[in-house]
Design a protein around this ligand. Structure first.
Ligand SMILES: C[S@@+](CC[C@H](N)C(=O)[O-])C[C@H]1O[C@@H](n2cnc3c(N)ncnc32)[C@H](O)[C@@H]1O
Length: 301
């Protein structure tokens, strides 16, 4: 497999930058996070991202935010809280939300969704569409890109190349760091293990020399996906309606009222007959909504 010049030139320096701040001895200098500081910070995160941080998450918050206390040479979490509040640029808040959001993801995660998409949903949509399809898909809470890229691979596998020219996958997240990774589309080779050998060859380029051990998503896959930063708590003002929305393993971080509001917004921005996919461990059971149930974790407007 040939490596492309741009791939060789890619710089990876900012990958894993956060972890490097956690050097040996960190446990000795970790500042105390009091209950009231935890409450203030979790309230701030809740207000801005809808993410609910129960008291059990206190230790996690402390370990994820300690790097800011150190790098900004602050004496306490109280001082950090005020720094975030008073930062008119909003950058400190972005960094805080980046650090708090949990971004676990993988290619071909929860395979049943991709099987349904490829074997049932796309053929059904294809039958309905007159001329070249103009489908709009959205990976809402896309993390580092594995989910929307898997959606793109399924599309490329099932639909003729020429029929994909009018198709777009939008992919959004609140976390700027994972979005940068997603946009770059470069992954350690171990990340593509869930994909078949054939798909790895078809959809990825292999790194050589200093990029040995990495793969890059091929440009034809990338061009189907458009990444943007978007907070799901914000109002949805999209120009187009969607055919399919994946919002998987995102709502688990939200309270029921926030989930209900979000599901309502998804309903409103889907085309009639459009589909919503949620994570396998999630459910709309206790959420009031207007969707029709298709199968577990798949709903239709
Ligand atoms: C666990 S990942 C799920 C990634 C992918 N959907 C999957 O299932 O593999 C959850 C993602 O939701 C994002 N997220 C959390 N709160 C959000 C919000 N208010 N707006 C947008 N994205 C949010 C996080 O940054 C994170 O990348």
């Amino acid at each position: 497999m040939k490596a492309v010049g741009g791939f060789l030139k890619e710089k990876f320096r900012d990958q894993g930058k956060d972890q490097s701040a956690c050097g040996p001895g960190i446990s000795m200098t970790m500042p105390e996070l009091t209950d009231s500081e935890f409450n203030q910070l979790s309230q701030l995160v809740y207000q801005h991202a809808g993410i609910h941080l129960p008291p059990q998450k206190k230790e996690l918050v402390r370990s994820r935010l300690t790097k800011f206390i150190r790098s900004r040479k602050l004496g306490s979490f109280q001082a950090y809280y005020h720094l975030v509040l008073e930062d008119a640029s909003g950058l400190e808040l972005i960094n805080l939300l980046d650090a708090i959001s949990t971004n676990m993801t993988s290619f071909w995660r929860e395979p049943k969704h991709f099987e349904f998409l490829g074997q049932e949903l796309l053929p059904a949509l294809r039958q309905k569409s007159k001329g070249a399809p103009q489908w709009r898909l959205w990976s809402a809470g896309c993390s580092s890109g594995e989910e929307p890229y898997t959606m793109a691979m399924v599309l490329m596998d099932k639909v003729n190349h020429k029929d994909l020219s009018g198709v777009k996958i939008y992919a959004s997240d609140i976390n700027t760091q994972v979005l940068n990774q997603a946009q770059r589309g470069i992954y350690p080779i171990s990340r593509v293990e869930p994909l078949s050998q054939e798909w790895r060859r078809r959809f990825f380029q292999k790194g050589v020399n200093q990029w040995e051990g990495f793969v890059r998503v091929k440009p034809e896959v990338k061009q189907l996906v458009e990444f943007f930063r978007f907070n799901l708590m914000d109002s949805f003002r999209f120009k187009e309606e969607f055919d399919i929305i994946f919002c998987r393993n995102v709502m688990i971080y939200f309270e029921k009222a926030t989930q209900t509001e979000l599901v309502k917004k998804f309903y409103q921005c889907l085309k009639p007959g459009g589909y919503l996919f949620i994570g396998h461990s999630e459910s709309l059971c206790n959420v009031s909504h207007q969707f029709a149930y298709v199968k577990p974790t798949i709903y239709r407007k």
